[in-house]
Design a protein around this ligand. Sequence first.
Ligand SMILES: [Zn+2]
Length: 298
Amino acid sequence: MEPQKQARTPGDPVAWPRGPSRSQTPDDEEGPEGNTAPAAAFLGAEADDACADALWELPVEPAERRPECSRCSRPQKVCLCPFLPLHPLHISTHLYIIQHPAEENKVLRTVPLLAACLPQDKCKVKIGRRFSEERDPELSTVCRKSDTLILYPGAEAANLEEFILDSPIYPSTIIIIDGTWSQAKDIFYKNSLFRLPKQVQLKTSVSSQYVIRTQPTNRCLSTLECAAAALSILEKNDYIQETLLRPLQALCSFQLQHGAQIRLSKEHLLKNGLYPKPMPKNKRKLRKMELLMNSVKI
Ligand SMILES: [Zn+2]
């Protein structure tokens, strides 16, 4: 059986591995589903053999992470603070982000931008894969409250907008899982705590603006976009969504200006015969891909 990891908050004084060394391109880019792209990918057609040989002789970049801005957690050279609100937004909803540990070390992560826009006491990030009453009594209490929601799509999930119109108790807290599609699924289904709150989803026809990271389907939104949409619905204030999306738009625009490519969703690539990898041999994975191609919810 797999050893279970202790859930913790980002403030805990635990030394975590910082992941692989970063490429030193204008800004770091992640490949599909968060894999770090090799620096050579940016050289394009200009990298002929002689040039490539010369590159091998360049000194190896140090493995440490570049200095980060303490507010937005971006490398200082590409700090996004000018795009953040001057003061944290006033909200009454409490937001809990349940972050898969693999997400914490991703270069293009959106949760630090979200947290930088919100009051500290309204946005808590819990990192881990397994959560229980004993390990996290605070989260357990939150999950047991009748006015807590969890944002996770599925047949059981109510449409958030409709739910708040009919609900006798107005929601005070919303939980969002931050990870890839499969990591989020693992966290949601393997922690009984997350089945306690009312399950809700966003009914949106809007495509993700987080165009520099591959999303599985055309309708999948990044964690920041989900939080922005959910909070603007719960707070009945569209300004919240606009404000939260501003740093994401700035991040994407900067990355695109510096060589990043727009990443179409896996669904789009599959449907248009553009998927760059061979189809998986594993039957379960292949079935998932076929469902995606036929736009059936996975
Ligand atoms: Zn900053």
